[in-house]
Design a protein around this ligand. Structure first.
Ligand SMILES: CC(=O)N[C@H]1[C@@H](OP(=O)(O)OP(=O)(O)OC[C@H]2O[C@@H](n3ccc(=O)[nH]c3=O)[C@H](O)[C@@H]2O)O[C@H](CO)[C@@H](O)[C@@H]1O
Ligand SMILES: C=C(OP(=O)(O)O)C(=O)O
Length: 427
């Protein structure tokens, strides 16, 4: 197992290319199950979640070719093979196999998903949707069993605005008989991306990106080619890094409109940002003001950027308050930031940060994907060397992190963990 080593204090300068969106890719790959012929998806990020999903599609008989930036899926020989254990537990998005397999085969057995441990992450709204479409859903020893004689369109009001439930219901409904209406749907750009792929396959979907989505079921879906949108969370992470340590950093291949809430907050802190069609130029300012953020569903400030943003706030003057309204326990990075010298405390759903503080390199552990991003930001800011374990989380969502950061001038490398360190991580 590797650890990430960062020698902090070096300014960042240059251009970083943003990869395709993780949270699109992990829904688009399962969506390919629904087609009758070859689906090709490009601008694919090189992340472990993509590898796991490719392997899962192979487990159910898919003919899958995974390249560096492209995946092709031939679903012709797929079968409704149960997937109760193994890889499904290693990522969150394995829950999309439920919607896609139910939509295609009218049955599926899928283990409960894994993913970042951010406190409770129920899937009751996904199940409510599947049941409304006519499926019988049971939980048997940690695996979800879904069966339907036929799927019929229904009106489904989501009690909680959920990205996963919105996409999963779309996947199950595209081939159902009649019309499905999802009310109080999530509006994230990744939902539009999935609807775009399904539409290219022949689905009839209106309203993706608004809070009411209408789907008219079709008999069959065919193969197509699709290009994934840029990852707004990866882009946001590099924007935060540029604001923390950058002199002049160009963030390339993005949709600036998708990161407006972050642009607004960085400007409020005193960071200068020039916006063009598919790029952002970030100039660092030495003095940054503290700001408050509250995470909200899109287009509000994304919960997935809350953790790296907290590291940046340790460098801002005054008190900042970060409140996460989506996940109440998304603060596992705070103890690690304190270990590095940050003056932060957690009260209820908020982290209170007093800046500006000098950070010191330390041995820290990434408990989840964006906690890892927070520690990378802190490591680049800190004096001395920071050692980050828990890299398997970071590798779920950041494509070529070291190469991208080295290209900007960071001192960052991977090292094998010693036997003693491995024992410490396990205990
Ligand atoms: C693979 C993927 O796309 N992951 C993203 C997705 O996760 P995910 O789709 O799992 O997150 P949701 O949007 O579903 O969750 C939002 C909130 O709704 C709650 N909830 C959700 C479903 C449900 O059936 N019942 C319920 O109570 C959750 O506990 C959470 O508090 O959106 C999150 C919120 O933007 C992001 O942090 C994740 O990066
Ligand atoms: C929470 C995240 O991922 P997942 O839902 O895949 O665990 C994330 O991308 O920040």
């Amino acid at each position: 197992m590797d650890k990430l080593m960062i020698e902090g204090g070096y300014p960042l300068e240059g251009t970083v290319q943003i990869s395709g969106a993780k949270n699109s890719a992990v829904a688009l790959i399962p969506a390919a199950i629904l087609a009758d012929s070859l689906v090709t998806i490009d601008n694919l990020p090189e992340i472990s979640d993509v590898h796991l999903l490719a392997e899962l599609l192979q487990e159910i008989g898919g003919d899958v070719t995974l390249g560096k930036h492209e995946i092709t899926v031939n679903p012709e020989n797929m079968i409704a093979m149960p997937l109760p254990n193994g890889r499904v537990k290693k990522l969150r998005a394995s829950y999309y196999l439920m919607g896609a397999m139910l939509g295609k085969f009218k049955k599926a057995v899928i283990g409960l998903p894994g993913g970042c441990n951010l406190g409770p992450r129920p899937i009751d709204q996904h199940i409510k949707g599947f049941e409304a479409l006519g499926a019988r859903v049971t939980n048997e020893q940690g695996a979800i069993y879904l069966r339907a004689d036929e799927l019929r369109g229904a009106r489904i009001y989501l009690d909680v605005v959920s990205v996963g439930a919105t996409i999963n219901i779309m996947l199950a409904a595209v081939k159902a008989k009649g019309q499905t209406i999802i009310e109080n749907a999530a509006k994230e750009p990744e939902i539009i991306d999935v609807a775009t792929l399904l539409t290219s396959m022949g689905a009839k979907i209106k309203g993706a990106g608004t809070n009411v989505i209408r789907i008219d079921g079709v008999e069959s879906l065919s193969g197509c080619r699709h290009s994934i949108i840029p990852d707004r969370i990866e882009a946001g992470t590099y924007m935060i890094l540029a604001a923390a340590m950058g002199q002049k950093v160009l963030i390339d291949n993005i949709i600036p409109y998708h990161v407006e809430s972050l642009i607004a907050k960085l400007r409020e802190m005193g960071v200068t940002i020039e916006v063009s069609d598919d790029q952002l130029l970030i100039h660092n300012s030495r003095e940054k003001k503290g700001v408050d953020i509250k995470t909200l569903v899109y287009p509000g400030f994304p919960t997935d950027l809350q953790q790296p943003f907290t590291s940046l706030l340790t460098q801002a003057e005054g008190t900042s308050i970060v409140t996460d309204t989506i996940y109440n326990a998304r603060f596992k990075h705070i103890d690690e930031l304190r270990r590095m010298g940050a003056n932060v405390k957690v009260e209820g759903r908020s982290a209170i940060i007093n800046g500006k503080t000098k950070l010191q390199g330390a041995r820290v552990r990434a408990s989840d994907l964006r906690a890892g991003a927070a520690l990378v930001v802190a490591g680049l800011l800190a004096e001395g060397v920071t050692e980050i374990s828990g890299l398997e989380h970071i590798d779920r969502g950041y494509a070529n992190l070291e190469e991208k950061l080295k290209g900007l001038g960071a001192k960052i490398w991977r090292e094998k963990m010693s036997e003693e360190e491995l024992e410490q991580v396990k205990s």
